[in-house]
Write a protein that binds this ligand. Structure first.
Ligand SMILES: [Cu+2]
Length: 381
């Protein structure tokens, strides 16, 4: 290195207080040594608390133990994107969750019945997971669709082995009464009047809620405004969520890794519970049609940044506030536990990916395609 005039510069303070700096440097050295020793002890502690330090939640008993442990240490084994070799074939064979908004039932009273079941479902091609499922299939639970002013009568039957409950964000009701734990084998019914329009999350609210939501206990209820909305041609419901796996789920079903859930390090993120399902089985629209997306971010923890590639959101009811919409918006954040509604009118045939534009989510599976017309060529995202 060439001589630099500044390198020979000595500050007046240094010159005058050389002795002071020598003492300070010595003390600093000592402090670093003490800190080093301390962090070594902490590291040893963390390793001991994790047993072998490797996939400590691979067995059911260890996973349960970990779910109750609030002091789990990093690092964590990631199974993000891990699929078997025949993943494409399995993706094609998978029956996609029907995202079509169901019709509204007649009358003032809408009866909803769900029987909770512990069941193994696919969450990505060849990746199995042991869910606690609200009814009949994995996450999300059934889409409930009512009109503002209708009364919902909810009956939850617990066919599982531990207590569960159901919390409707669309309800104004004492949660300790309506959202109470239902014991295995029991059934519980409550009613609420859907007086607030929008798209709302429902989920199990039994503790630890993080574990119950992460195990697939969530869904969406659409409350259509009494005054109606602009007419559209297609309506789809998308529930965004993330999965935290102990094990890759390929040879045997994965269980929840509670440490990953707390660290917010998902292995997979999905729309309607299965990675990339609407890439292989696109949602459809015809050119010139307007498509409405009712979107809920179920989490349990992460938001969704909703964006449709190749177009702009013509109407965006941000946060599910149906009293007004924004126009010409590119991306809208849907918070975990929140919802929003989006209309897009697309004239040109093509494959229009819908994504969470927090792009790690796309890598982990939270991406689908709206196929407009019969386009030729592969998608871009
Ligand atoms: Cu539950």
């Amino acid at each position: 290195m060439a001589a630099n005039p500044e390198s020979s510069y000595r500050s007046p303070v240094e010159t005058e207080s050389g002795a002071f700096f020598k003492v300070a440097a010595m003390l600093l050295g000592l402090a670093v040594a003490v800190l080093g020793l301390f962090s070594l002890m902490m590291w040893a502690d963390a390793r001991n608390s994790r047993g072998s330090g490797q996939t400590s939640s691979d067995t059911p008993a260890a996973a349960d133990e970990q779910a109750a442990n609030h002091n789990t240490a990093l690092p964590l084994n990631s199974f993000a994107g891990v699929v078997p070799e025949n993943a494409q074939e399995l993706a094609e064979a998978h029956k996609a969750y029907d995202a079509t908004l169901p019709t509204i039932g007649p009358g003032n009273l809408v009866k909803v019945q769900m029987t909770l079941k512990d069941m193994t479902v696919d969450i990505a091609p060849g990746v199995k997971y042991n869910t606690w499922a609200f009814d009949g299939h994995g996450a999300p639970g059934p889409i409930v669709h009512v009109r503002e002013g209708q009364t919902v009568e909810m009956t939850l039957k617990n066919g599982g082995v531990i207590p569960h409950s159901i919390d409707f964000h669309a309800a104004r009701i004492a949660p300790n009464v309506a959202f109470k734990d239902v014991m295995p084998g029991d059934s519980f019914t409550f009613r609420f009047k859907a007086d607030d329009s929008g798209v709302f999350m429902y989920h199990c609210g039994t503790k630890p809620v993080l574990a119950h939501i992460a195990n697939g206990m969530y869904g969406a209820i659409v409350v259509e405004p009494k005054a109606g909305l602009p007419a559209v041609d297609n309506e789809y419901v998308l529930v965004a969520s993330e999965w935290y796996l102990a094990g890759d789920g390929i040879k045997e079903p994965a269980r929840l890794d509670m440490a990953k859930a707390r660290a917010m390090l998902p292995d997979w993120t999905t729309f309607n519970g299965y990675a990339n399902q609407y890439v292989t089985h696109p949602l459809t629209a015809d050119p010139g049609e307007t498509t409405r997306f009712w979107v809920v971010a179920a989490g349990p923890t992460l938001d969704t940044n909703f964006h449709v590639v190749g177009t702009i959101l013509d109407r965006a009811w941000v946060n599910g506030d149906m009293s007004k919409f924004q126009r010409g918006v590119q991306t809208v954040a849907v918070p975990a536990g929140g919802g929003a509604v989006f209309d897009v009118k697309i004239d040109e045939p093509g494959q229009y990916p819908f994504v969470s534009h927090a792009f790690a989510h796309v890598d982990l599976g939270q991406v689908g395609v709206l196929k407009v017309g019969n386009p030729k060529g592969a998608g871009s995202h």
